[in-house]
Ligand binder design. Structure first.
Ligand SMILES: *Cc1c(COP(=O)(O)O)cnc(C)c1O
Length: 393
C-alpha cells in the first residue's frame, strides 16, 4: 500500500498548477516522434526494424572501434546478459561496487551467484582499488577466482580506470562496466562504455538521454554480440521450427523505443553540455559555503557528464542536515534525492562480504542529489539559488 500512495503522490504533483522542478526528467529533442512515425508507417512496431539497427549503429560509431552494441529492454537486462556471457553461475563470486543503484547487483542473485561488495574511494566515489584487491585475495583464499568485477561510474563520474583495469588484468578477471549513468563521460579522453570487457549503458527515463526504458550491452567482439542477441530473444536456435537448448530471455529493445533513442542521440552533445553548465552553476553558488561541498572531477583525467550534481554536508557543528535541506527544497516544489544507499546496508544484501572502510556509508549519511535536468531553466536556477542563499544566512 505504501507504494500505491507514493505513486498517487507523484501523479498528483503532475497535476499541480505550479511548475515542479524535477531531479532529472526526460528531455525530448524534437525528432523522436518522426522516428516513431517511421516505425508506424513501416508497421515494424515490435522487436525488429530499422530504428533498432540504426540506433545500434549510431552508438557503435559514437563509442568508436571495438564496440558491438546490442539494444535491450533495460540496463538491468544488459548486466544480466553480461553475467551470462561470462558464464556466471551458482556459487560463483562476483565483485561489485557497493555504492550504487540496486540494479548493478541484482543480476548476480538472478544467477544464484555470490556478490562481494567493495567500498568507494574519496576522489571518484567509485570502486576503491585497494579494497578490490583485498576482495580478490579473499576469494582466492576461498579457492575460487571471482568470475567478474562490476565497476560503476556513479552520477556520471568515471571510476579510477587505470588502477582498476590493472588489477583486472593482473588477476585475469573480466570487468563488467556499469556505465548506466555515464554516457558521454570520459577518462583520459576515452569514453565510458569502452573500458569493460563488457559494458552497459541505461536509457531509463531519468538518465542523460532516454528511450523511455531501455539499455545497451557493449561487447568487444561480434561473437559476443551474436550470443547476447540470441539470449535476448528466448535463445531460439536458427531452425525453421521453435528449437531451444538453453534458457533465454525476452530482453530485446522495441523498434518504437529505438526511434526515441535515435532522436535523443541527435541532442546528446547538447544534453551533456547543459548538465555540465548545471554543474558550473552549482559551483558558482556553492563556492562560499563552508558546510555544503559540491562533488567535482578530481583532476583533468576525468570528464563527467554530471548526470546528477551531488553535495555532501560537512563540518562538525553543521546547522543544516541533508534531511533539512531536502525538506526546504520539497516545500518549494523542488525534487532532491538522497544518495544511493550502499548495497552492504540493504536488507537484501547485508549478509554478503564487504571490503573497505565504509566511505560509502559516510557519503550516504551526508549527501544529497540536487536538480540536474538538462531542461533546467535560468528561472529554475534563480529559484534554487534563492533557497541556497537563505540557508547560508
Ligand atoms: C539506472 C541504473 C541501472 C539500471 O538501468 P535500467 O535501464 O533502469 O534497468 C543500473 N545501474 C545503475 C548505476 C543505474 O543508475
Amino acid at each position: 500500500m505504501i507504494f500505491l500512495t507514493d505513486h498517487l503522490k507523484i501523479l498528483n504533483t503532475y497535476r499541480l498548477e505550479e511548475k515542479k522542478i524535477w531531479l532529472s526528467p526526460p528531455h525530448m529533442g524534437g525528432n523522436e516522434l518522426k522516428y516513431i512515425q517511421d516505425a508506424f508507417d513501416s508497421n515494424w512496431i515490435s522487436q525488429y526494424g530499422l530504428n533498432i539497427d540504426e540506433f545500434e549503429k549510431k552508438i557503435e560509431d559514437y563509442l568508436g572501434s571495438n564496440s558491438f552494441v546490442t539494444a535491450l529492454s533495460s540496463g538491468t537486462a544488459a548486466i544480466h546478459l553480461a553475467l551470462k556471457l561470462l558464464n556466471v553461475g551458482e556459487n560463483d563470486f562476483v565483485i561489485c561496487q557497493s555504492f550504487t543503484f540496486v540494479a548493478s547487483a541484482n543480476p548476480i542473485l538472478y544467477e544464484k551467484a555470490i556478490p562481494v561488495f567493495i567500498d568507494s574511494e574519496a576522489s571518484t566515489w567509485n570502486m576503491c582499488p585497494n579494497a578490490l584487491e583485498d576482495a580478490v585475495k579473499y576469494c582466492l583464499q576461498q579457492g575460487k577466482k571471482p568470475k567478474a568485477i562490476i565497476t560503476v561510474s556513479l552520477y556520471g563520474m568515471p571510476f579510477m580506470v587505470d588502477e582498476i583495469l590493472e588489477i583486472s588484468r593482473r588477476y585475469e578477471i573480466p570487468i563488467i562496466e556499469d556505465s548506466a549513468e555515464a554516457l558521454g563521460s570520459q577518462y583520459k579522453n576515452k569514453l565510458c562504455g569502452t573500458f569493460g570487457d563488457l559494458s552497459i549503458i541505461s536509457f531509463n527515463g531519468n538518465k542523460i538521454i532516454t528511450t523511455s526504458g531501455g539499455g545497451i550491452l557493449i561487447s568487444r567482439t561480434s561473437f559476443d554480440k551474436t550470443r547476447a542477441l540470441y539470449l535476448a530473444t528466448q535463445a531460439k536456435e536458427n531452425k525453421d521450427y521453435y528449437h531451444h537448448s538453453e534458457i533465454g530471455y525476452n530482453y530485446r529493445m522495441s523498434n518504437i523505443s529505438a526511434g526515441i533513442g535515435i532522436g535523443q542521440l541527435e541532442v546528446l552533445e547538447d544534453r551533456i553540455q547543459r548538465r555540465r553548465n548545471n554543474h558550473d552553476f552549482y559551483q558558482s553558488v556553492l563556492k562560499d559555503f563552508d558546510e555544503i561541498k559540491l562533488f567535482e572531477e578530481p583532476n583533468e583525467d576525468f570528464f563527467s557528464n554530471y548526470w546528477l550534481n551531488t553535495v555532501t554536508i560537512e563540518g562538525n557543528n553543521c546547522i543544516i542536515t541533508k534531511e533539512k535541506l531536502k525538506k526546504i527544497f520539497s516545500e518549494n516544489n523542488i525534487e532532491t534525492r538522497y544518495l544511493w544507499k550502499p548495497m552492504h546496508f540493504q536488507p537484501l544484501y547485508k549478509k554478503y562480504k564487504f571490503f573497505g572502510r565504509d566511505l560509502s556509508g559516510t557519503l550516504f549519511g551526508s549527501g544529497l542529489c540536487l536538480p540536474s535536468g538538462s531542461d533546467l531553466t535560468d528561472e529554475d536556477k534563480d529559484k534554487i539559488m534563492d533557497i541556497l542563499m537563505k540557508i547560508k544566512i
